[in-house]
Design a protein around this ligand. Structure first.
Ligand code: ADP
Length: 864
């Protein structure tokens, strides 16, 4: 057995091996140690290997799913080795000592799950394949629980942003790729070939060309090749549901890098959970599929006005009709997860219950269609979605006839095919029903015959049907001519068989076997029909999800008094009475006596006044203000209402959010370096169409460097990037920038000292902050009074010295804008000149000469 085990283990590679032995999956060696620890189950041992006891642990097959879920969560991957023949087959094949043949039937990995119990209903579960082709990175992402597949391409420096957006459960990459993400699973490099990828997709979708699906680059196809090969591998040749690939165009979505996503806490809050995230504060979807679609919308908001307006129009329509919205949501709430049921069915892991879910989901879709089709003035998006909700009449009728009302999750016992669907099956059931009744009658007859009132006819898995009498009364049945044959003697009872009972039992067994086989073949037929209709079913599921998202957004807006944003092309951001949805909800839920009220704030950015410097005390609400405006942009471009009284959002191409390093300690790599790398990315990428929020940038270092950097960053954002920007800072000195930057204006969060106490008003007002409230904040935070008093004395002294020397930023206001940048340019010009003088032209080969020319040109271009 160990030989067989070790061979399978070798095949499983770095996956844990679940080795099926009867009713258990057993694990051995290090697998056993690791699993026992993660699952908190007993570690035992079995036999010896090379003179040492073999560690072992096991989990019952019937409850294996729960254990698998925990192992997958803990980051393990598991290979399942099943018995692929029965013990009887093994004996006929190889004699009494033959080992039952086993094989790995499937790999269970985080990115390739389909089981309801292992998946989170409100989260997509993505598997991502990455590879580099000629400097471009191809990304193939797929949610095999629903079959959705997306291909994209990006430059190497954008991979982090793309992965942050996708939030994959599992990533695979070629083994020879040195720049692969650290947690990627290494796969054979030959799998990541564009011709293989293309051929694979064509075969899966039965098409001669992929042109009908979109335009795919070589890098995209190579990544798709790696993805499909991996799916083949984990499914042992059986592929899951894969819908036609969609090419994701980079410009089609609001670009946000990893740091921005983390700081805006879109799908996960800083604590790593959904609690406290944007999606949690927004999500009012009543279906898992809707919640997944919403998460997708929020992680990839749109940049085209038409797409955004279409979504907004549907939300507005549902917002205005509360009655319709209520009815619709009530029906949606009862929907099964169609997409995932279909995913299991196509992957060959479907159950009768999954078929029942298709039946119910598709007929409910039809009902929703009929209901919506009666309404007037339907928005375009709804008009486009409606046709996808119908067209499954033949399938649902068939399923309605074929299946019982609530089919079971297990097929083993049968009983899921409805009465009246198949006359032969009904007949088989009648036979076993008759036989069961006959057996009940036999019990009465045997009681009469023997005079033993306690006699029972019973059934178990080992003996089948038998007669049981108390031990004390067994003698009469033991007699050779009694008509009963002895089967088993127990502690208090003795068990017998009888000819008539045996005959009836055989009838049940035979009819039952035939009935099971008949149900099984119906099941296969019903599955095949779902597989054939998979694209149409998936489209229905997607349409329902989209409707649920819109209804949920409308509900959220109605609940919170949110408004429909106006979307315009000009680079403006004009918000009245804006709120931060997460902070507002936290305040409402948290405080005593109904909680604190959120103070709404305005924000008016226009090209002539596009950079707001926001000052004021710590805890005054600067971060909250910055983020709420970024979130309003994000929500608006995702096609939803926004938490404001009125909002005009000029389309944004890239959104950046940065938090100064000291605010960032929780991320565990709080270095000034990180802060600067992230800031550098903004300066390199932000365009006039971008929106940037910078929160206390520059405070990760000593006062002078920090101030100098913050100063330079503001100048660059204002003069070069020319994007819309909110910049929060506690450097009072920066207010001087208002003199040199014409599109910059000063604002502050208001605070007031009242009877010696600091009152934070959380109100954003025009003009610079009149003073720093650091000491008052310290007092508010509970710093002991003597310490605050001492600090006040020190501060007075410092301020005096500073006033005498003209202040920390004295003279900075006279610095020419971009002096530093001009210095850099001169350096580059000098270097170029020196290189040209030193050049020995005759010593160059033509090839070197042309390379050099290119290089010089590149350097010269960097000047402009
Ligand atoms: P800062 O960035 O100025 O240090 P924060 O934005 O972090 O301040 O806000 C500190 C706290 O003040 C928040 O956690 C929140 O509880 C409260 N707060 C912020 N803005 C508001 C507001 N507009 N209305 C009510 N409370 C607010």
């Amino acid at each position: 057995m160990m030989t067989q085990y070790l061979a399978l283990k070798a095949e499983a590679g770095d996956c844990m091996l679940f080795y099926r032995m009867g009713d258990f999956f057993e694990l051995f060696f290090d697998d056993a140690k690791q699993a026992a620890q993660i699952l908190d189950i007993a570690l035992t041992s079995r036999g010896e290997h090379l003179g040492v006891p073999i560690p072992m642990c096991g989990v019952p097959v019937h409850s294996a799913e729960g254990y698998l879920a925990r192992l997958i969560k803990a980051g393990c991957r598991v290979a399942i080795a099943e018995q692929i023949e029965s013990p009887e087959q093994a004996k006929t094949r190889g004699g009494s000592k033959a080992l039952v043949a086993r094989d790995i039937v499937r790999f269970v990995t985080a990115g390739t799950l389909t089981e309801e119990a292992l998946l989170e209903p409100r989260r997509a579960n993505l598997l991502v394949a990455l590879c580099a082709v000629r400097g471009q990175i191809g990304i193939a992402a797929c949610d095999i629980s629903t079959g959705r597949m997306e291909l994209e391409e990006c430059s190497a420096d954008r991979v982090g942003a793309a992965l942050a957006r996708l939030g994959a459960s599992e990533v695979v990459a070629p083994e020879d790729w040195t720049d692969a993400p650290l947690d990627a699973i290494a796969r054979p490099a030959r799998d990541f070939a564009s011709d293989k990828g293309e051929a694979g997709l064509k075969e899966i979708h039965g098409v001669g060309t992929l042109d009908g699906f979109g335009l795919f680059t070589r890098a995209m196809l190579a990544a798709a090749g790696g993805l499909v090969a991996y799916l083949h591998h984990v499914g042992r040749g059986k592929l899951p549901l894969l819908l036609p690939p969609v090419a994701r165009a980079r410009e089609a979505h609001l670009a946000m890098d990893e740091a921005t996503r983390a700081s805006l806490e879109i799908l996960v809050a800083s604590g790593g959970t959904r609690r406290g995230s944007l999606v949690e504060a927004v999500d009012r979807c009543v279906t898992g599929a809707g919640a997944r679609q919403l998460a997708d919308d929020l992680s990839a908001p749109l940049t085209d006005r038409k797409g955004i307006e279409e979504r907004l129009a549907l939300v507005a329509w549902l917002h205005d009709d509360a009655l319709l919205r209520g009815d619709l949501r009530a029906v949606l709430r009862g929907l099964p997860d169609l997409g995932r049921a279909l995913g299991r069915i196509v992957a060959g892991r479907g159950s009768p219950r999954d078929l029942g879910q298709l039946r119910d989901g598709l007929s409910e879709a039809r009902r929703i269609h009929d209901h919506l089709a009666k309404t007037a003035d339907r928005p375009d998006l709804l008009e486009a979605l409606l046709p996808y909700l119908t067209g499954h009449g033949a399938l649902t009728d068939l399923y309605a006839r074929a299946l019982v009302p609530s089919p079971p999750t297990e097929r083993g016992q049968g009983g899921y095919i409805a009465e009246g669907y198949d006359a032969a099956l009904d007949e088989l059931r009648r036979i076993s029903g008759d036989a069961r009744r006959a057996i009940a009658a036999l019990e009465a007859k045997y009681r009469d015959q023997t005079g033993i009132a306690a006699l029972k006819v019973r059934h178990n898995g080992v003996l089948g049907y038998f007669i049981e009498v108390p031990a004390g009364r067994a003698d009469a049945l033991m007699a050779p001519d009694s008509g009963f044959t002895h089967r088993q003697t127990m502690a208090g009872a003795v068990r017998f068989n009888a000819l008539a009972l045996h005959e009836e039992a055989s009838r049940i067994a035979e009819a039952g076997g035939h009935a099971l086989a008949a149900e099984e073949s119906h099941f296969e037929d019903l599955v095949a029909r779902a597989v054939a209709a998979r694209h149409a079913i998936a489209a229905t599921a997607q349409a329902l999800a989209r409707i649920d998202v819109a209804a949920g957004q409308a509900e959220r807006a109605a609940e919170g008094g949110w408004c429909r944003p106006a979307i315009v092309d000009e680079a403006v951001l004009d918000i009245e009475g804006g709120r931060h949805p997460v902070v507002e909800a936290a305040l409402a839920a948290g405080g005593r006596g109904g909680g604190d009220r959120f103070v709404a704030n305005d924000c008016h950015l226009i090209p002539q006044d596009r950079l707001w410097l926001v000052g004021g005390p710590n805890m005054g609400g600067k971060s909250t203000f910055l983020r709420q405006n970024a979130l309003i942009v994000l929500l608006a471009q995702a096609g939803g209402f926004v938490p404001a009284a009125r909002a005009t959002v000029g389309l944004v191409d890239r959104l950046f959010s940065r938090v100064g390093a000291s605010d960032n300690l929780a991320r565990g790599r709080s270095t000034f370096m990180v802060e600067m790398v992230e800031t550098a990315a903004i300066l390199a990428q932000a365009s006039e169409r971008s929106f940037v929020i910078l929160d206390e940038v520059g405070r990760g270092t000593s006062t002078y460097d920090g101030l100098a950097l913050a100063w330079a960053v503001v100048e660059a954002v204002h003069g070069s990037n020319r994007c819309r920007c909110l910049f929060a800072t506690h450097y009072h000195e920066l207010t001087r920038l208002a003199q040199s930057c014409e599109a910059l204006s000063l604002h502050h969060v208001r605070a007031r000292e009242w009877k010696g106490e600091l009152v934070l008003l959380h109100e954003v007002a025009d003009g610079p902050a009149d003073r720093s409230y650091g000491l008052a904040v310290a007092k508010l935070a509970g710093v002991p009074a003597p310490v605050v008093a001492r600090a006040r004395a020190v501060l007075d002294r410092l301020e005096k010295t500073r006033a005498e020397s003209g202040g920390l930023a004295a003279g900075l206001g006279d610095l020419p804008l971009f002096a530093a940048a001009m210095e850099h340019q001169e350096e580059v010009v000098d270097a170029l000149r020196e290189r040209l003088f030193a050049l020995d032209i005759d010593a160059l080969t033509p090839r070197e000469a042309i390379d050099l020319l290119y290089e010089l040109k590149r350097e010269a271009q960097s000047l402009s």
